[in-house]
Design a protein around this ligand. Structure first.
Ligand code: SF4
Length: 422
């Protein structure tokens, strides 16, 4: 990999890029960047670990949101070694509120692999860097160019917007041919200036000037050659891909609290919000059920029964069955009897909280219900969820809920339900 030689300076303004365009643009862009760039914390370093952390956090997330997370994360995990040996729960807790939690898990896997296979040094070689967990084409380009000053393009949404406008590309930006065309032009530009500066200049231009609505073309260093400005197409370009409608999902969560604490559940290690904590809940696609109190009661009742039969240990159920006066030698039979004997199979519940959360592809409406009475059956059902330290369920004292990592929507709900910081 030929690295950019800073001794060469910024190249010949009149030279021709391999794309046939004048190379004035990258030079002008870099000059603009040096004058107008924001003083962001990750711009004070060339440490590839710190660049990687910032680039990972910045995916799908605004700069202002990322700054405090970046500082706190690096204070807690100041090196690749510290992150590699951290508890996953601690890593997720530091990420709480940033969303897209697979990024945090991948970052830790990456750190572990860098320690195990690369002696703790993030590879400065494109092919080895790209093989690491969570490092896609964009992140690879960003780290290679910003940390190692290597001419590897980093094309994110901002850069795509700037370049499709500048080049006048009328195809939807999710087409691979569009990305390839943009990459080729950026790659050619990278040959003429410092890759670290040009990559950041393009990102900064997209963030400050060539913004999605009403770009500030008169302040733009690319205005002389920009097709969208020349042809008044800034409202038309970039051409967005057609969006699929978001799926609406209703989440019915249970607030179950005994002297042992609040019953919480860890989400599976794969999929949406992997590894985060939530209240026990049932999910239904909106429209797939009748939104009546009777139907919601039925859904919650099924959930309670699932808690009873799906997660309990025989010994825990036996112990609790005995403590509530069930004399059966078969505690599961005792449970069944208690459920069946309950004249009103539905427990009866009251809604105590509601929040919505929009993900990229689905929208959640989370409603939290509390059973009106913790009757015998209910208490035995709950007792059966004592799982020690291994299962997905825990009874957690109220004032310790904040130690777990929660999705944003639960963070809001639990803060308002307990009055405690989560
Ligand atoms: S001139 Fe306007 S549309 Fe073109 S790149 Fe600059 S800000 Fe974007």
């Amino acid at each position: 990999m030929e690295l950019y030689n800073v001794e060469k300076g910024t190249g010949d303004m009149q030279s021709q890029c391999s794309t046939g365009m004048s190379c004035a643009e990258p030079n002008t862009l870099v000059a603009w960047y040096k004058q107008y760039r924001r003083a962001l914390p990750w711009r004070k370093t060339k440490d590839p670990y710190r660049i990687l952390v910032s680039e990972t956090m910045l995916q799908q997330t605004r700069v202002e949101t990322v700054i405090p997370y970046y500082r706190a994360f690096l204070e807690r995990f100041p090196s690749v070694f510290a992150l590699a040996k951290a508890n996953e729960a601690d890593v997720l807790k530091m990420w709480q509120g940033l969303g897209y939690y697979s990024r945090a898990r991948n970052l830790q896997r990456l750190a572990q692999e860098v320690v195990d296979r690369h002696e703790g040094r993030i590879p400065n070689d494109e092919s080895r860097l790209c093989e690491l967990p969570g490092v896609g084409e964009y992140t690879c380009g960003a780290v290679m160019s910003i940390a190692f000053d290597a001419p590897v393009p980093a094309v994110d949404g901002n850069v795509l917007r700037v370049m499709t406008r500048y080049l006048g590309i009328h195809l939807p930006i999710d087409k691979s041919s569009v990305r390839r065309q943009v990459r080729d032009v950026v790659a050619a530009w990278l040959q003429h200036v410092s890759p670290a500066l040009l990559t950041q200049a393009l990102m900064e231009l997209g963030a400050l000037v060539c913004v999605p609505r009403n770009p500030k073309c008169t302040d733009c260093p690319l205005r002389e050659g920009c097709v969208a400005k020349r042809d008044s197409l800034t409202d038309v370009l970039p051409v967005k891909p057609k969006k699929k409608p978001r799926k609406l999902v209703d989440v019915f969560a249970l607030w179950l609290e005994t002297e042992q604490g609040v019953l919480v559940k860890q989400r599976p290690n794969e999929g949406l919000l992997a590894g985060l904590w939530q209240l026990p809940a049932a999910e239904r696609d909106t429209g797939e059920y009748e939104d009546s109190s009777a139907e919601i009661g039925r859904i919650l009742d099924i959930l309670m029964k699932e808690l009873t039969y799906g997660s309990g240990t025989f010994e825990a159920v036996a112990e609790q069955a005995a403590s509530y006066g069930a004399s059966h030698s078969d505690p599961i039979g005792a449970q069944n009897e208690l459920w069946d004997a309950d004249a009103t199979p539905q427990l009866g519940e009251v809604m105590i909280g509601e929040e919505r959360h929009i993900f990229s592809h689905i929208e959640w409406r989370v409603r939290v219900y509390r059973p009106i009475s913790m009757n015998k059956a209910c208490r035995i059902a709950l007792a059966s969820c004592i799982m020690g330290d291994t299962g997905p369920y825990r009874w957690v004292p109220r004032d310790e809920l904040g130690k777990l990592a929660w999705p944003r929507v639960y963070e809001k709900l639990l803060s308002s339900l307990t009055g405690l910081p989560i």
